[in-house]
Write a protein that binds this ligand. Structure first.
Ligand code: C5P
Length: 302
């Protein structure tokens, strides 16, 4: 069984004050984009769970902490019944590791779906999402895809209506950033919002509904950007460069360090992506579209 799951961009990320559970309450407007990780689940001896990482997976271990492996084990424990199960997972990574694009969550989502099909388990989508949220706050969104508003830890989702397709360019940084480290810096800066400030403006929802990239550009916002830039000041040069090259807007994606650039159309995106590649500190540039669907089974021959 082969499943692909998408990376995400945060169109709006509003962050409250740290809660007693060690998480921050969020308002998180996600969009899934056409940068996909691929998880293959092959039969294995009962009780045998393995993962092999391939593609752009430097720094991701294959031990028990691997998120795809944890997803497979959790699914077997919670929904596997009495029969001992096993799986050999192979993850092919395209989503940057520690890039603020929920690559680990995409792998967990893909592993949940692939194993549920491989083992022929009767698990409803909302049960998979509930398991997913135990693995990471962004896993339910990687299962759902599209554009959605996340509240709570970002894992309570409501789909958002959009029209058309948005053109994005992504600048992948040479070195990753740890999500907990960015949240800690955010706390140190004392920027947590009060509950009444956790709200997405109507203008943003309207821009998505009408598919108006220019209007959307004026509404993109990320509360974690200041903390990410504080830890990685070099990113501000990348953000500026994208705007000089004609992007409508530039923003840090989630906790960074990947930077996302919204472009007017395909030809503008080609211009930005070609020229951004030579910016110092930029390891790779990707041109992607959003929204795309969530984790999905692909035919075994693809
Ligand atoms: O849930 P996930 O494993 O993706 O989160 C990684 C880390 O990011 C958490 O351990 C926590 O430090 C931080 N986080 C947070 N508030 C959220 C989501 C994540 O503080 N809503």
């Amino acid at each position: 069984m082969r499943v692909r799951a998408p990376a995400k961009i945060n169109l709006a990320l509003l962050v409250g004050r740290l809660g007693d559970d060690g998480y921050h309450p969020l308002v998180n407007l996600f969009q899934a984009v056409s940068l996909l990780d691929d998880v293959l689940a092959a039969p294995a001896e009962p009780g045998c769970f393995t993962v092999t990482m391939t593609g752009e997976s430097a720094g991701v271990g294959e031990g028990p902490d691997n998120l795809a492996l944890r997803a497979a084990r959790l699914l077997a424990e919670e929904h596997g019944g009495d029969e001992p199960l096993g799986v050999a997972l192979t993850v092919r990574k395209t989503i940057p590791v520690a890039g603020g694009m929920a690559g680990g969550s995409a792998d967990a989502a893909a592993a949940l779906l692939a194993c549920s099909v491989l083992w022929d388990l009767d698990v409803a989508p909302d049960q998979l999402a509930a398991l997913g949220s135990r693995l990471g706050a962004d896993v339910p969104f990687a299962l759902l895809g599209g554009t959605a508003l996340g509240t709570g830890r970002g894992d309570v989702l409501a789909p958002v209506l959009t029209s058309g397709t948005f053109h994005w360019v992504l600048a992948v940084a040479e070195e990753g950033l740890s999500t907990p480290a960015v949240y800690t810096r955010f706390d140190e800066l004392g920027r947590g919002r009060r509950p009444e400030e956790l709200d997405v403006p109507d203008e943003l929802m309207n821009a998505l509904r009408t598919g108006d990239a220019r209007a959307l550009a004026g509404q993109l916002h990320n509360d974690l950007a200041e903390a990410a830039l504080d830890l990685r000041p070099d990113l501000s040069r990348t953000l500026e460069r994208g705007r000089e090259l004609g992007a409508l807007a530039s923003l840090v994606s989630g906790s960074g360090p990947t930077c996302a650039f919204l472009c007017e159309d395909e030809s503008a995106a080609i211009d930005v992506s070609t020229q951004l590649a030579s910016t110092p500190g930029v390891q790779a540039v990707r041109r992607v579209l959003g929204p795309v669907h969530g984790a999905r089974l692909v035919s075994p021959t693809h």
